[in-house]
Design a protein around this ligand. Structure first.
Ligand SMILES: C[S@@+](CC[C@H](N)C(=O)[O-])C[C@H]1O[C@@H](n2cnc3c(N)ncnc32)[C@H](O)[C@@H]1O
Length: 358
């Protein structure tokens, strides 16, 4: 039994079942035993696009430069990243951006929004050789306000979700309760919701037994992005795994050492995430008055930005890496790998040209 499991069981025994959102937040960010605080296993438990290939971060860096040019080169401006992991994406993006546009590197400064002290120190180590001085904040609300390009890869999938199940009596919240002498499992709240406003409208008439997921913090995040993007020119590029159109079902998943396992098997020692509903982002952003491009599949987007040419350029310079580069390219772009599972969406200040790649 993990330390966190023992504590969560004691908490549930005393106060009753937890919402899935509360459980996810504890598993990921409990200040003592949360996965990202105590055991961030990025690279060991799972691998993200920037960790697969330098081409990913480089193309995002070039995309940021093009966005900066589209905004008439504001100085100063922030290159903000939400959830930078081990800092690989920002390091590759900054290196590529600086090499094509030295003026960008003079005008822009990186801001890293990171809640994990351990990962913030890994980011510091990764970025130090680039002689760039990033600023760190715990929450986006604390970051410098002004013109910005914001990047977020596999950040939204970690934001806690709530789950609801349709029964003949209505929608009941799915909660995390005790299961046997040393486990945890799903239970249903005894009373149905009084108000269905939380349920995505497309699922109102879903059959009994269907699970609906909602991510309560998404609305606050999009509202906050709108506050910034309506006050200053900017763009937010969000990349994650999930459907382009709302769907039902339980998508909460735990991963450890590259294997999926029950979300209750190793709380605090496995990563927890759930698919991102891109149609909700599009709807919320449009309602705030932002211009939205996408979502489109990551494969198409990277192809439109020129990943094939970048691969060929790198392979000509390093022929011994040609096969490895071809494999990286395939992992990022193939529809059967990350190319279609991952979606890209861009929220922009009104009045800017269409963003590159869409
Ligand atoms: C799955 S990792 C992705 C890392 C990186 N973007 C990449 O592509 O390699 C999630 C990152 O988001 C951070 N994170 C998750 N939720 C957060 C929150 N609410 N506030 C700040 N950082 C958060 C984690 O600590 C971690 O750095």
């Amino acid at each position: 039994m993990t330390v966190l499991l023992r504590r969560l069981r004691a908490m549930i025994a005393a106060d009753g079942p937890l919402s899935v959102a509360h459980y996810m937040a504890a598993c990921l960010f409990d200040p003592r035993d949360g996965y990202y605080v105590a055991n961030p296993g990025l690279g060991a438990d799972f691998t993200t696009a920037p960790e697969i290939s330098q081409m990913f971060g480089e193309l995002l860096g070039l995309w940021a430069v093009q966005s900066w040019l589209d905004m008439a080169s504001p100085d100063p401006c922030a290159l903000i990243e939400l959830g930078p992991g081990r800092g690989v994406l920002m390091a590759d993006a900054w290196r590529a951006a600086r090499s094509v546009a030295p003026g960008f590197a003079l005008a822009a400064f990186p801001v890293l929004v990171e809640a994990s002290p351990q990962l913030a120190s890994a980011q510091n180590a990764r970025l130090a050789p680039l002689s760039v001085r990033p600023r760190w904040v715990n929450r986006l609300e604390e970051a410098w306000r002004g013109p910005m390009m914001l990047l977020a890869n596999e950040f939204l999938d970690c934001l806690p979700i709530r789950q609801f199940v349709r029964t003949p009596l209505g929608w009941h919240e799915r909660l995390v309760g005790l299961d046997g002498p040393d486990g945890l499992g799903f239970v249903l709240a005894p009373e149905p919701l009084r108000d269905d406003a939380l349920i995505p409208p497309a699922l109102f008439d879903a059959p009994h037994g269907v699970v609906a997921e909602v991510r309560p913090s998404l609305e606050g995040l999009v509202d906050h992005l709108a506050l910034r993007l309506l006050a200053h020119p900017g763009r937010a590029l969000l990349i994650d795994y999930g459907p382009a159109n709302a769907e039902s079902g339980d998508t909460l998943q735990a991963v450890q050492a590259g294997q999926k396992l029950s979300p209750f098997a190793a709380p605090g020692l496995s990563d927890l995430s759930a698919r991102v509903d891109f149609s909700a982002i599009r709807r919320l952003a449009r309602a705030c008055g932002l211009t939205v491009a996408g979502p489109i599949g990551q494969g198409h987007w990277l192809e439109a930005l020129g990943i094939a040419a970048r691969m060929q350029g790198l392979a000509s310079a390093n022929p011994q890496r040609a096969d490895a580069l071809a494999q990286e390219y395939a992992r990022l772009t193939d529809a059967a790998q990350m190319g279609a599972l991952f979606q890209v969406i861009c929220l922009s200040s009104p009045g800017l040209p269409a963003p590159a790649g869409f």
